[in-house]
Design a protein around this ligand. Structure first.
Ligand code: 7RM
Length: 649
């Protein structure tokens, strides 16, 4: 190990899965020529995609104008994002094609065609106009997972207003902050939504937020939960009442390629949330491209289901903009995966004949915990491709997914990207790439990545910092209201390149393995160990469903490895056995000093493990901000256990 090495690489996974002949036969991409195209001239490559995948009202004059850290794509070009997602499909005679099979948590369903979606979007765009919203305004959206969330976003896009969606699980305070930072004029919300068999009150929370939001003049409320709400005269309007009298025609107006499409706030590790800015032409090009080729989309026959919430970037890019631009048929599901039973997801796949399923490792590990008998209750033979996003996927979770959901016949695409990147950056192309369980494999065509050490020097093999070396069409255009912070956060750690905090390692075959946030890397006796590798070693034990690992201050080793482990349903295992298992898998330096068993791990509402909190628990500190936790009781339970079982020496 050299001093400059960023992260030690410990485990090496050797299983490989080439695409099957059967899959290759119908795949959109089954060789590597697209990578050569992207490498020869990335601007030309993206220009060809933009022309091929989208309909432009006016051609661009410059493909990419790049003055670090500011990029503009398809400069001078004009298009309307909602036209690309709706009108052109209807005009081509595909108005009767299903856009969304909506499944409410209580079991109610709606079938929404492209013609329906266009009609509702036009009406709602006129509603927005009647409430005084004009091009350039910001509109906040705080909604459950219902079709009106997508309609609201598309209506904003249609008239050139930027939306800022705040996930429906966020608190009143978070909503207030985000509305005020964006200076939004309008809030679109719902009375409530369904979650775990009950209605959660959104309007009530919004009302609390609205006590401190001077820029909001109007509120539109969709009726969904049926719960009682108070409506403020002059400010609050029912969606269905406004829609009943709205003009049904709202022509899509061409927008500049760099027109602001949306803000999406990410909390980051420190400081106030950042309003990540995404614009129109470049963003839509890359989400359409990645949705088509990473998921090998055959829009005539595929049924695509991304389980994210529209409140996250994954929902923006792979429920709303990518799939609709490509004319896909999708499933949209409102609720939790275990209502009324632990097999709800598999029941939905069977019911709608889902062919492409895209979910998060945290969900997969939860499914493992619930057991393989749940998917086995249903016919999942329609599924032909599986995707993963949001966290490193442990090889064992990948294998379980491939076997129990994919029936051993489906490629698994592990897709790495961020709110800031807007679209998938690193992923297999399922008909061309031999996958390895746990590896996101290679940068997509037209994307430049490089692994570097502390000093920004190239890393050929082993661990390092993941950087992006050239602009890409869906890249963030900045942080709303704070250009300085944008430059500082992403473009200064390694001059000339983008770095947003992830570590990775490269194996002998040049495969990339994501190792989690570099802030989480532990330092044990001078060894820089990633939490991901120790977690994957733990999850590779048959008794373990999920593990979270943190480094806690230690007088002798600097940091000591502390593990929190959730077992698979019905399994039991001794702490010492697991410690030795890690030793055998990746080496004794990585053996946890203490292992705590827990039925649950603290996670953000988008499902990412909150290691910062576990570090606080392990070091006996008072807990900092816990408001972004999905379930706050998990942490108090862990604290109770930590105080009962002192870590041994
Ligand atoms: C899409 C999304 C971004 C962070 C990112 C990583 C982690 C996402 C993967 C992953 C390993 C993956 N946007 N991450 N995907 N880590 N493998 N396939 O999640 O802005 O919410 O989060 O998520 O740390 O930097 S996000």
């Amino acid at each position: 190990m050299t001093d400059a090495q960023a992260i030690d690489a410990l485990g090496w996974e050797r299983r490989t899965f080439p695409p099957s002949e059967a899959f290759k036969q119908n795949a959109l991409v089954s060789d590597t020529s697209m990578y050569d195209d992207g490498a020869a001239d990335y601007e030309g490559f993206w220009a060809r995609q933009a022309a091929d995948l989208l309909t432009w009202s006016k051609d661009w004059t410059t493909t990419c104008d790049w003055k670090l850290p500011a990029a503009q794509w398809f400069v001078g070009g004009e298009l309307n994002v909602s036209y690309n997602c709706l009108d052109r499909h209807v005009l081509a005679g595909r108005g009767d094609k299903v856009a969304f099979h909506f499944e409410g948590e209580p079991g109610d369903t709606r079938t929404i065609t492209y013609a329906d979606l266009l009609d509702e979007t036009q009406r709602f765009a006129n509603v927005l106009k009647s409430l005084g919203i004009v091009k350039g305004d910001r509109v906040n959206i705080y909604m459950p997972m219902i079709p009106e969330a997508a309609i609201a976003m598309l209506a904003c896009a249609r008239i050139g207003a930027a939306h800022s969606v705040v996930f429906g699980g966020f608190s009143a305070l978070s909503l207030t902050d985000r509305i005020n930072d964006a200076e939004a004029k309008l809030l679109i919300t719902a009375d409530g939504g369904w979650r775990r068999g009950e209605v959660f009150p959104l309007k009530q929370t919004a009302d609390e937020a609205l006590l401190h939001t001077p820029t909001i003049t109007d509120v539109v409320v969709v009726r969904r939960g049926g719960n009682e709400v108070s409506m403020q005269d002059g400010r609050d309007h029912w969606y269905h009442e406004l829609m009943a009298t709205a003009d049904p025609v709202c022509p899509a107006e061409p927008m500049d390629s760099e027109q602001l499409l949306f803000l999406l706030y990410t909390s980051g590790t420190t400081g106030r949330p950042k309003g990540i800015m995404h614009t129109s032409g470049g963003y839509l090009t890359q989400v359409a491209f990645t949705h088509k080729y990473v998921f090998d989309l055959h829009p005539e026959t595929d049924v695509f289901w991304c389980t994210a919430d529209v409140g996250w970037i994954t929902g923006h890019s792979y429920i709303v903009y990518g799939p609709l631009a490509n004319g896909a048929t999708q499933v949209m599901y409102e609720g939790v995966p275990n209502f009324p039973g632990n097999d709800r997801m598999w029941q939905i796949i069977e019911k709608y004949g889902v062919t492409i399923f895209y979910t998060a490792p945290t969900a997969i590990r939860t499914f493992m915990k619930w057991g393989a008998q749940e998917p086995a209750k249903h016919d999942l033979s329609s599924v032909r491709l599986l995707g993963s996003v949001g966290e490193p996927i442990n090889p064992e979770a990948w294998m379980w997914y491939q076997e129990h959901i994919g029936g051993g016949r489906c490629p698994v695409v592990d897709t790495w990207w961020q709110t800031e990147t807007g679209a998938i950056m690193i992923s297999p192309l399922p008909g061309a790439t031999t996958t390895k369980p746990g590896s996101a494999t290679f940068a997509l065509p037209g994307i430049g990545t490089e692994l570097v050490d502390e000093n920004g020097e190239h890393v050929e093999h082993g661990g390092g910092y993941l950087t992006l070396t050239q602009p890409w069409p869906a890249m963030l255009r900045g942080i709303w209201g704070d250009p300085e912070r944008y430059h500082e956060t992403y473009w200064t750690r390694f001059p000339g390149r983008y770095f947003a905090g992830d570590g990775a390692k490269l194996d002998d075959d040049g495969y990339l393995w994501l190792l989690g946030r570099v802030d989480d890397v532990m330092n044990v006796s001078g060894h820089r160990i990633s939490t991901t590798e120790v977690e994957s070693a733990l999850v590779s034990h048959p008794a373990v469903a999920e593990a979270a690992v943190v480094g806690a201050n230690d007088p002798t080793t600097g940091q000591a490895i502390i593990a929190y482990v959730t077992l698979r349903g019905g399994a039991e295992v001794d702490e010492q056995v697991l410690r030795n298992h890690v030793g055998t898998e990746i080496g004794s330096i990585a053996k946890p000093k203490a292992i705590y068993f827990t039925p649950d791990l603290p996670k953000t509402r988008s499902g990412k493990i909150m290691r910062r909190l576990l570090r606080d628990v392990a070091e006996g500190r008072n807990l900092g901000d816990t408001t972004t936790l999905a379930d706050a009781s998990v942490v108090s339970e862990l604290q109770r256990r930590a105080s009962e079982v002192p870590p041994e020496d």
